[in-house]
Design a protein around this ligand. Structure first.
Ligand SMILES: *Cc1c(COP(=O)(O)O)cnc(C)c1O
Length: 457
């Protein structure tokens, strides 16, 4: 064997061993960020003309760089929306990389895309959308929201000649995720916010629409409802909003990036009533469907509208549309051309475990939120800000200032104990700093939650 080959084999073994150790470890540490200068001082120059060698580079990773990350799947990482990819999905993420699949066109990626579509068909079935609805995996909820808004806007422009010269408007609530506003900027449409962080109700939406002057009403083309707000797990009145959108002829997009996984859970499925009327839906498997990063999804009631908006043309691309390549081309339904078959790890994990295990794992996240609610009620120094919704729990430490929350967060993080971040909850025009749990990981225990609360005494 060539020297280079032996090195490669050894490196492969090292990498595999690391991956196996990492996913089978039961007592992982919560790492913490360090300043750029500190990391640079530890590792020195890593990119050089001759290369520093795989072993050296890998050791720098293992010794220093890896520890400057906070694993999202740590059971006491309850910040933002954490994640908890299944071991099966992580292993198949390695397979996905090793298989070098171009996931844009069926011609090159048929096998991988077939698997993605099996997983997608299951996700679509959870929404209850009518026959013909389908979707694609995206890099995340942001790209999914963008793809959906572009589709809605293009469809609206196709409806009337006069719309082509208008700047569009969408309505959502202040509970909507920041990416909705950010993507509206990318698409260059205006956003009207209904002033509630609580559930967006049909009546408030109708009032907002009715209050628009004629020149704005004609620019309005879509409403974005949220299926589980990121901050508090609140699900808008999807059914009521759907009825208004139908009456007013508006596109109804539902951003269920975080909450969409809960569609699988019988205990809360009824809260999503009306989702089956949406024109498009965002769901992030990398949030509550236990996929590794990055894996979002956008689903359309009428995928052909997305295809009209997103399909790319180019002489170098014609071949992909040839007879021999007949099949589903994921690139046609979202903004990205070249893409990883990022739904493949989800497919393998679903195929291996079966959908019942997903149901149980999501139900556990919901149950943990209820357990946390009880543990909070048991302790005199903390109180719930509102009842837990989906897997989000907002609570206050009585008497604490915003600085106290920040200090507590940093202190727990510094100790490698937990990552629980503060947020703000808005009532009327006042914002209160509060503490927030978001449960995804079914391995989080009641004891973990109790320890975190006890650290607030
Ligand atoms: C997380 C989230 C997003 C953004 O998704 P990314 O995958 O981070 O791009 C959008 N909407 C909601 C409701 C979210 O929770």
């Amino acid at each position: 064997m060539h020297k280079i080959d032996i090195e490669l084999v050894e490196m492969t073994m090292d990498v595999m061993k690391y991956a196996i150790d990492r996913i089978s470890a039961t007592n992982r540490k919560i790492g913490k960020p360090r300043k750029f200068e500190e990391l640079k001082a530890l590792v020195g120059d890593t990119i050089t003309e001759k290369g520093i060698g795989g072993e050296v580079a890998f050791n720098l990773w293992k010794k220093h760089l890896m520890h400057a990350n906070v694993p999202v799947d740590h059971p006491r990482n309850l910040a933002f929306v954490p994640a908890s990819p299944t071991r099966a999905a992580i292993m198949f993420d390695l397979v996905t990389s090793a298989s070098s699949i171009h996931g844009a066109y069926w011609m090159e990626g048929a096998g991988g895309i077939f698997c993605e579509n099996e997983a997608m068909a299951w996700m679509v079935s959870l929404t209850g959308l009518p026959e013909g609805a389908f979707g694609v995996f995206t890099s995340g909820g942001t790209a999914a929201n963008l793809s959906a808004i572009v589709t809605a806007r293009e469809h609206w422009r196709d409806l009337h000649e006069q719309n082509k010269s208008e700047k569009g408007i969408i309505i959502t609530s202040i509970g909507a995720h920041s990416s909705v506003k950010a993507m509206a900027k990318v698409v260059d449409v205006d956003v009207l916010l209904v002033e509630t962080e609580d559930k967006l109700e049909a009546q408030a939406l109708q009032q907002t629409i009715d209050s628009l002057p004629e020149n704005q009403r004609k620019r309005l083309f879509a409403v974005v409802g949220t299926g589980g707000t990121t901050n508090a797990g609140i699900i808008d009145d999807l059914s009521g909003i759907a009825a208004i959108c139908e009456k007013e002829q508006l596109w109804f997009h539902i951003d269920a990036a975080y909450g969409g996984g809960a569609l699988v859970a019988d205990s809360v499925r009824h809260l999503f009533h009306g989702i089956e009327k949406a024109d498009s839906i965002t769901i992030d498997p990398h949030k509550w469907l236990f996929s590794p990063y990055d894996c979002g999804a956008v689903i359309y009631k009428q995928p052909e509208l997305a295809k009209k908006a997103h399909s790319q043309d180019g002489s170098y691309l014609d071949i992909f549309k040839d007879e021999g390549a007949q099949g589903f081309n994921p690139t046609d339904y979202q903004i990205q051309l070249t893409r990883r078959v990022r739904g493949l790890p989800l497919w393998f994990s679903l195929a291996m475990h079966g959908t019942d295990r997903y149901k149980e794992a999501v139900e556990r996240g919901l149950e943990l939120a209820q357990i946390a609610g009880k543990l909070i009620e048991d302790r005199p120094y903390v109180e719930l800000v509102r009842e837990p919704s989906l897997s989000c729990v907002l609570y206050r430490r009585i008497g604490w200032t915003p600085e106290d929350y920040t200090h507590w967060t940093y202190e727990n993080h510094r100790k490698g104990f937990a990552l629980v971040t503060p947020t703000k909850w808005r009532i009327g025009n006042t914002f209160e700093t509060v503490s927030r749990f978001c449960f995804i990981n079914p391995d989080t225990t009641e004891h973990d939650i109790a320890m975190i609360l006890d650290s607030m005494v």
